[in-house]
Design a protein around this ligand. Structure first.
Ligand SMILES: O=C(O)CCC(=O)C(=O)O
Length: 241
């Protein structure tokens, strides 16, 4: 279903088709009615839920909270992804990052890239917390992105820099070097298409970014992240979500 050799070589891999296209299309319809939670506006940058008129914003992209009671997600998608986490975390226990179950809606925009690492490798609000430097070796997180319409380079398929999960980053100067990181990303990214019914799976420390959507269709995707238990314990110690 998922090629682990490719995942370990590149830091990301695209699965076989495992979900029904009809179920995915129904979920996309449901997702189109979810309200924005946090995101990037085309004109005024980052917006979060403290802002009042979230629905009036000219979004580039935003994240909505995923419904907790959806049978397709709970009975079909999560068991498939859980099996993969069991395999990837090997004999470590792990759990879902419950504060980060999102559907991302990516609108037509030509917004600059935001290359980043996922939790628990990067904490923009606490850059000094660098778990990759002191927890035992091995993957600390795996992110899954399930497209709700086919992902293509034209509609903003996720961009990845292959192989970047093999390194440890010093995140303490994350903000100072952001322009260099964007240059590095723009020179090296790939944008694999992800067919409907498949998903992408990537280690949280594989550098990736939301990309421009140059079509008039909204590109939505469901995001789940499995995190190793020792990292989850550190997160709760530091009050990180
Ligand atoms: O929407 C995408 O393609 C990537 C999303 C992402 O990087 C994130 O939610 O952290």
């Amino acid at each position: 279903m998922l090629n682990k050799v490719h995942l370990d070589r590149d830091g990301f891999a695209i699965s076989d088709k495992v979900f029904s296209e009809d179920d995915i299309t129904s979920l996309d319809k449901l997702a189109s009615n979810l309200k924005p939670f946090i995101g990037m506006c085309k004109r005024r940058g980052w917006v979060d839920n403290k802002d009042v008129h979230l629905t009036d914003i000219d979004w580039a992209y935003y994240w909505s909270e995923t419904p907790h009671d959806n049978l397709f997600i709970n009975d079909t998608i999560i068991p498939v992804l859980s099996n993969i986490c069991d395999l990837l975390f090997e004999d470590h226990s792990w759990d879902w990052q419950l504060t980060n179950r999102y559907i991302i809606s990516n609108y037509n925009h030509e917004y600059p890239v935001y290359p980043h690492l996922d939790a628990p490798y990067l904490w923009p609000q606490k850059l000094e917390v660098q778990m990759a430097k002191y927890l035992p070796k091995g993957p600390l997180s795996v992110t899954f992105m399930i497209p709700l319409i086919e992902f293509t380079p034209e509609n903003g398929a996720t961009g990845f820099v292959p192989g970047t999960h093999k390194y440890i980053y010093d995140t303490s100067d994350w903000n100072q070097v952001s322009e260099h990181r964007k240059t590095f990303f723009n020179d090296n990214f790939v944008q694999p298409s992800v067919p409907l019914g498949s998903f992408s799976c990537f280690y949280g420390n594989c550098m990736h970014s939301v990309m421009s959507n140059r079509t008039n269709s909204v590109r939505r995707g469901l995001i789940f992240r499995g995190i190793r238990e020792d990292a989850l314990k550190e997160m709760s110690k530091f009050g990180l979500g």
